[in-house]
Design a protein around this ligand. Sequence first.
Ligand SMILES: Nc1ncnc2c1ncn2[C@@H]1O[C@H](COP(=O)(O)OP(=O)(O)OP(=O)(O)O)[C@@H](O)[C@H]1O
Ligand SMILES: [Mg+2]
Length: 409
Amino acid sequence: MLTVQNVLSSIRSTTGHFYKERIGTGSSCDVYKGYNKENNRVTALKILKDQSWSRELLKEVTALQRLRRHPNIVEFYGREFDSSTNLPCLVMEYCSSGSLYSYLKEVENIHGLPDAEFRILLHDITCGLAHLREHWCVHRDIKPGNILRNITQEGKSVYKISDFGASRLLSENSEEFFSLAGTEEYLHPHMYNKAFINKRSDCSFNHKVDMWSLGCTLFQAITGEMPYKPFQGARNDKSIMYEMVSSKPHGAISGCQYIAGGDIIWQRHLPEKCNMTSDLRHYLIKILVGLMDADPKYQWTFETYRSEVTQILALKCISILYCDEQKIHQIYMAPSKSLVEFKDRVAYYTDLQASYQTLYYNQHRLSVFLKGRLDVEVFPPTDLNKPICLMSSQYTETRINLRLSLGVW
Ligand SMILES: Nc1ncnc2c1ncn2[C@@H]1O[C@H](COP(=O)(O)OP(=O)(O)OP(=O)(O)O)[C@@H](O)[C@H]1O
Ligand SMILES: [Mg+2]
């Protein structure tokens, strides 16, 4: 029965907060929704499961203090102690929509995020990692469970990097480190080797361990699946897992062993069943290849990654309805590209040669909106409800007029 005593007895507290509802759990801690005792501000309280994790918590506090005040890093408010157990607790910004991991588990996302949501994630995680880089911090445990999500008042997602318990602060003089940290499915091959295969290896690591884990995370966000899949599972067959990550042919982005003891089948493309359009997937393959290369000569640095992402995020998405087939396509083009290049891309998707393409927008010829210019930058805004309409010029003028008067577009 719900009595005042029952409710009160289930409420626990830290030095400065009340808490009751658990919102997450990890290997080291439980995370609760907290309420500030003085101003009732809602927070997240990361309370250690036991004292053995105190070192990680201290590391996390130091990193979060250094990284403070960035929209794509979870905000740190302070350190407290649980009133009954005296276990240390970290007070931070509450992210109401859970983690990217839980978001990818939702039914509509089991085959990955759709274009618009993925572009937000790519932007946010890249800005967050740039901030880490500027502050000489390597996270060392980038994965969907450590990327949190908030929703703005306008309903837009904001992604934030969290969980800095495994992070490493570097300096200009020492950009390398030797210790192991992370989650095995997302580990850079050199770290995987030292952790599970050749434990005596004296290999050192640098910020590129985050780049590899980011590649695995982005792959998961695009497809809903892990990139490397030994038949018996990554944790049960470490030697195949290591073979997958360390011997992946250049240009491949994933590997799967479909039968016990069978060969690894490599993929250079993203699966068709993804929620993402094929045009955006096409651009992202390059990013995944650059992030997940075991050879330090080929694996991208953060700077290369960031400049490629900037170009991808600048692409203009153009929705085009091919009337003859009643099929809509979404095509991504750099704003500097020309109408001719756009028509070539349209031809690729529709098989309708550029010379036969007639384009309409809002019941007029597209050229009316371009005002003499011929670059993608001046294309009018389109979306699935307001696309550019493509007709084959084999249609007679009469049929076009008839369609326009019927309001078919
Ligand atoms: N600020 C927050 N707001 C909302 N939920 C959070 C917050 N911080 C953590 N969580 C939830 O709690 C989970 C565990 O938190 P966190 O990753 O920090 O713990 P951990 O023990 O370090 O994890 P791991 O198992 O990765 O080592 C997250 O995956 C997330 O679902
Ligand atoms: Mg975590």
